[in-house]
Design a protein around this ligand. Structure first.
Ligand code: NAD
Length: 487
């Protein structure tokens, strides 16, 4: 069965129920039906997982990085050979299509292969010394035990982006999966074991954030924390980590601008705007949730954009364009935010309600929503909703477009559509974002590129890419001194 009726933790290579014996009910986003009951872990479960990781880590670190890479390749091979099965797990727990689930598996395999190769390139530096006969160099050493906490939106990609760099650096790992997408993480842990990863190196605990996530961050034997999730929770975890002087990498939210200038290829801009705003039901940190339009093309863009949005098909089939949002709480939050914005004067151009027809009524389906006549200072312009909701803004010129793109507390991704090289490059230079794009979408990076943001989008770290190695390893400086008297 793709999605088991009961799911336990994966600790020390075994499936174990939570110490307290409690479980959380997990619902199918597509139908709203009860899907499974997962372990509700607490501090004792986290402690068991961390102890397992701590015990296994020295043995794993002693395996040369090149050979660690071979094991990562074997995990990738298994993921590839069973892509249909893993894709179905991703689809089943998120409500997205199998095709999308498979696409995510492909991206995760690429990530595994990239970091497997990094085992052959775990480079340090040689640094010239001012002292005669002294050779100075740096090497990467494992951080120790890595505590990973992830969001639900792209389950296997989120696992891969953190797990593989953590493993190649020689760490033991404890992953707190998102409570809405626990199955992919457990699937990966079992596959990793089968591929030859020693038991205990990769452990998965399930449960709620405050109960199973916080104890991972505060555990004395966890050396580094990497978190992907909301800015609200990220701030809390940064406080907990900071009080312990613990290294933490934060990949947080976004309110990403997509600018369309008067010289843009309008049809192309509309295509990318639809994908940016609504793919994965808008549940992407990089979603294009603020579309900034140059006045001369405003009306023409709106007409095409509303028409393209109306043509989108919602469902979990391969022919559908987007699925449901992840849970009933998120759906309720979004509907409330849309209604409140309308109450403050926003104009609804499309969507704005839950789908009520027979095929969708049980699931958490929100019609793709477009609003305009929204003040840039309004709450809906400044708050990430993490769903298929986007707002349109009118600007008179390039400078105003950049100013508006830079308004607000986030700085993750930004995109401009223009045929002018000058406008494109100047936009990338001036916009306050970690990832900038010309003539495509506000889309994320590939596995070998650094991703991350400014402001409330993160705390300065970048994952994945080779930059992720800096999160999961500690540099050690080694000085070798040649003594002429000994020759
Ligand atoms: P969330 O912050 O509510 O939850 C994310 C994870 O943190 C879950 O596993 C959850 O159980 C855990 N968690 C919640 N409270 C916790 C606590 N007090 N202590 C420890 N762990 C806790 O976020 P969400 O709504 O599930 O995910 C959406 C958010 O993730 C959005 O803000 C989105 O932008 C962000 N995101 C960022 C990136 C990125 O790379 N920057 C990628 C994907 C998602």
């Amino acid at each position: 069965m793709t999605i088991p009726g009961i799911l336990d933790n994966h600790i020390g290579g075994s499936e174990v129920a939570a110490v307290g014996g409690e479980r959380i009910e997990k619902f199918d986003p597509h139908s709203g039906a009860l899907q499974s009951r997962i372990a509700r872990s607490g501090a004792a479960d986290v402690d068991a997982a961390v102890q397992a990781a701590r015990a296994a880590q020295p043995g794993w670190a002693a395996v040369p990085a090149v050979q660690r890479g071979q094991i990562l390749h074997r995990i990738a091979n298994l993921m590839e050979a069973r892509a249909e099965e893993l894709g179905a797990v991703v689809a089943g727990e998120t409500g997205k299509s199998r095709k999308e689930g498979m696409g995510e598996v492909g991206a995760a395999v690429q990530c595994a292969r990239f970091f497997a190769g990094e085992g052959q390139r775990l480079f340090g530096r040689t640094i010239p010394s001012g002292t005669p006969g002294k050779l100075n160099l740096t090497v990467r050493t494992p951080a120790g035990v890595a505590g990973l906490i992830i969001a639900a939106n792209t389950p296997i990609a989120n696992v891969a982006w953190k797990l593989f760099p953590a493993l190649i650096c020689g760490n033991g790992v404890v992953l707190k999966a998102a409570e809405d997408t626990p199955f992919t993480a457990s699937w990966t842990a079992r596959a990793a074991l089968e591929a030859g990863l020693p038991p205990g190196v990769f452990n998965v605990v399930h449960g709620l954030g405050a109960e199973a996530g916080e104890p991972l961050v505060t555990h004395d034997l966890v050396d580094v924390v990497s978190f992907t999730g909301s800015t609200r929770v990220g701030r809390r975890l940064a406080e907990l980590a900071g009080a312990r002087l613990k290294k933490i990498s934060l990949e947080l939210g976004g309110k990403n601008p997509l600018v369309v200038m008067d010289d843009a290829d309008l049809d192309k801009a509309v295509r990318w705007a639809v994908l940016s705003a609504f793919s994965n039901a808008g549940q992407r940190c990089a979603a294009g949730s603020r579309i900034i339009l140059h006045a001369p093309i405003y009306d023409a863009f709106v007409e095409k954009f509303v028409a393209a949005t109306a043509a989108l098909k919602l469902g979990n089939g391969d022919g559908d364009d987007l699925g449901p949002v992840i849970n009933a709480r998120q759906l309720g939050n979004m509907l409330a935010a849309i209604d409140a914005a309308k109450g403050r004067g926003a104009r609804l151009l499309s969507g704005g309600s839950r789908l009520a027809d027979q095929d969708h009524a049980g699931g958490y389906y929100l019609a793709p929503t477009i609003l305009d006549q929204v003040d840039p200072a309004d709450e809906i312009s400044r708050t990430e909703l993490f769903g298929p909701v986007t707002c349109l803004y009118r600007v008179e010129g390039f400078d105003q477009a950049v100013e508006l793109a830079n308004a607000g507390p986030y700085g993750l991704t930004a995109c401009i559509h223009t045929r002018s090289v000058d406008r494109g490059l100047l936009f990338c230079e001036r916009v306050r974002a970690g990832v900038t794009v010309i003539n495509a979408g506000t889309h994320g990076s590939e596995a070998h590129m650094p991703f991350g943001g400014r402001g409330l989008s993160g705390n300065g770290s970048r994952e994945p890419g080779t930059e992720a190695l800096d999160v999961y390893s500690e540099l050690k400086n080694i000085a070798l001194n040649a003594d002429p008297a000994q020759t």
